[in-house]
Design a protein around this ligand. Sequence first.
Ligand code: BGP
Length: 470
Amino acid sequence: MSTQITFPDGFLWGGATAANQLEGAYDQGGKGLSVQDVMPRGIVGPRTAEPTPDNLKLVGIDHYHRYAEDIALFAEMGFKTYRFSIAWSRIFPLGDEEAPNEEGLAFYDRLLDELEKHGIEPLVTISHYETPLHLAETYDGWTDRRMIGFYERYARTLFERFGSRVTYWLTFNEINSLLHAPFMSGGINTPKDELDEQTLYQAMHHELVASARATRIAREVAPNAQIGCMVLSMPVYPLSPSPADALAVMDFDHSNLVYGDVHTRGAYPGYFLRTLREKGIELEITDQDREDLAHTVDFVSFSYYMSVAATADPAKKVSGEGNIMGGVPNPTLEASEWGWQIDPVGLRIVLNQFWDRWQKPLFIVENGLGAKDQLVEVDGVKTVVDDYRIAYLNDHLVQVGEAVLDGVDVLGYTTWGCIDLVSASTAQLSKRYGFIYVDRNDDGSGTLERFKKKSFDWYTEVIRTNGASL
Ligand code: BGP
């Protein structure tokens, strides 16, 4: 018999979004262009020279104008926290100018006012795949060391302006995706197939230093701030019980764990230095960099959607659909319509792994099921009967509860895309995650009206009972 699951008092239930995927208003309020404004196909297609009308992110779900209505719906579900990102190019339209754009700052003041009104704790991502386009085109993004200074100025501006109202901050969304999606994640303009590893790893180093620099500045400017890193988590199983496959698992794990290791320990681990040596890469690491990296985070946050398997057998190395990180599909698991393999137990495993390794509080800041929803009428009310989403989230939350029983310190859980928004990988709206349906379609049609899905009531009950209803 399993022990009754109980979530800690004050557990931060909520939802998560990113500016570029829902705000729209891409050229309003003095905002400059970001890399997303020229990515109409997400990571599955090429960038364009300039924004094109088929880019759904330009309008998003018009949250820029409807944030008060949306936050009121989150409050109705009882959200304790709301994770959102600040669009870097609203604050520094080009990215390298001296002074911030007041209109951009004022927008987030208003958004924070709404959250405060409803007693919702903000959780702010400083950089969520939204590098100002000018930085990508002029500096080749994070390949250039000067990016550290631009990011530092941006982060300092946010801490100074919002530090008294925001406790929880995340430095970079999914910082471990840079090597896999250089333009989206790192603002690196050079096409991926023309980039050498030396350049990519140097860009990774610059981001890690910038992240630590943000922590350092927060200690000085916003002493109550809790700073977290954010990684894409992907638990990995050996495809077979052979030691060679177990070693493939270790290598795969290392390629992701290095980011958390640096953020929590303040220096590069030995296995990573070996990888660099064997690849013939010599990173430029200054004494100042080393000093900065020593500023470690308060907590570790992560996204979790799927697990993978690893194999040493080249004949079995087929890559999983929709998975930018590599690994091979696990024959024991089912997958979503986009090939993301569904594995609730993997969430418990990753929570234990991260806790055992880092001994820092953990925050699950993304989890959810992308699905094609059908708007229907039930008792005269338009809704979506998303039992599949409820089942997915319920199963995952039960595993979070199990991890809590295992002794893992979990701060909170924010579902991804708590209101329908534009998908990062496909750049479409038909891959929906929300508790709230938004009437907007892949061809750009729709009224933008909001409708509560069945999962809206389910999540409300989960929060109301602090997880006892699971
Ligand atoms: C994460 C990103 C998010 C989000 C999510 C779901 O990797 O941090 O921005 O979009 O994945 O992915 P998708 O939208 O491609 O389904």
